[in-house]
Design a protein around this ligand. Structure first.
Ligand code: ADP
Ligand code: MG
Length: 328
């Protein structure tokens, strides 16, 4: 087993004083080469922060990131730029293609910038797997969202990076286009031995991965391997409790405690009071041990930090998850 990237004691704080936000809180984490890893968690849990640090796009407040054996913090500007360019590929939610360039020019842009020759065989293989052969001369504005993201996938893989990172790469896509991109990422792992790390809050997307890592409040609180969409949905319902008590929870098989924190997932706007009642995913047994201030999750799964039990906090579970589950 080769480690493609590693984080040790990784923390990131934004702001200071009363405005300080702990986006990442002492994370230890390894990315295994040739695996497809999904980083999951509700909005604000630190997914993007973790990914940006692992991808050497940002520097931590404390802790270290290694890409392979390279301590990212030890690199000066030029080698850091080269590391990002040569060893890492990115796929962003918003595609980030250069609008004035054709699909082909976008795909080979990182190589052109690096002054490297295009490996024609590799280019052809990627373009064909992605079904972009007939789109190569088109500008991004002449392509659908799905096609643009496939161009971005090709661009990310062109220089055979050690790791491809995607931050919600299917977040702007319809379900068919999303499946195409996810299938490609899966194939790139299975057929090309690519290492892929994808941030997503979506169970269906994460089910394409080999490994699913759950963040909450800047900490890794659980991991699964080869989890199905259903398993991921029920795990999310267990580990991301809803903070407001009002929406549609029956008390019949809830634990006999005044501190249970059942999980209900809103169907629509986070502020949409009462809308959760028709899409209750599950309700979950949370026990709050008053003496120890410890949260115990009955199924033995990872429990989030006690501060999750702040009843005044906003609900944090994002909406696409239950929708998919219901539509399922
Ligand atoms: P996610 O990707 O899971 O939605 P992020 O990593 O973007 O979460 O953010 C984690 C936390 O850090 C959030 O509370 C967010 O508001 C905060 N945060 C992220 N980036 C910044 C920033 N540049 N300045 C201040 N706070 C930030
Ligand atoms: Mg994010």
């Amino acid at each position: 087993m080769t480690i493609a990237a590693r984080a040790t004691g990784l923390s990131k704080h934004y702001g200071s004083g009363s405005a300080e936000v702990v986006a990442l809180d002492g994370v230890d984490f390894e990315i295994v080469s040739g695996e497809f890893t999904a980083i999951m968690g509700p909005s604000g849990s630190g997914k993007s922060t973790l990914m940006h640090l692992l991808a050497a796009l940002d520097s931590p407040t404390s802790g270290k990131v290694f890409i392979g054996d390279t301590d990212v913090a030890s690199l000066k500007d030029t080698p850091l730029t080269e590391l990002r360019r040569d060893r890492i590929g990115f796929i962003f939610q918003a595609f980030n293609l250069v609008p004035t360039l054709s699909a082909k020019e976008n795909i080979v842009l990182p190589l052109a910038i690096a002054g490297k020759k295009v490996d024609q065989e590799w280019f052809d293989r990627i373009v064909d797997v992605l079904g972009l052969r007939n789109r190569l001369s088109h500008k991004p504005s002449e392509l659908s969202g799905g096609q643009q993201q496939r161009v971005a996938c090709a661009r990310a893989l062109m220089n055979r990076p050690d790791i491809v990172f995607g931050d919600e790469p299917t977040g702007n896509l319809d379900s068919v286009s999303a499946a195409e991109v996810l299938t490609f990422l899966r194939r790139s792992v299975d057929e090309f031995g690519q290492t892929v790390v994808m941030v997503t809050h979506d169970a269906l997307s994460a089910s394409y991965a080999d490994r699913q890592v759950f963040l909450s409040d800047g900490r890794i609180i659980k991991e699964l391997r080869n989890a199905s969409q259903d398993e991921l949905l029920s795990t999310m319902a267990h580990i991301y409790p809803r903070h407001d008590q009002q929406a549609g929870v029956e008390a019949d098989d809830a634990p006999n405690t005044s501190n249970e924190h059942p999980v209900v997932i809103d169907s629509d706007e986070k502020s949409g009071a009462g809308q959760g009642t028709d899409v209750v995913a599950t309700h979950i047994e949370w026990l709050h041990d008053k003496d120890s201030e410890e949260v115990i999750c009955r199924d033995g799964g990872g429990a989030p930090a006690p501060e999750h039990l702040d009843e005044d906090a906003e609900p944090v579970v994002e909406q696409t998850i239950p929708r998919r589950a219901i539509a399922g």
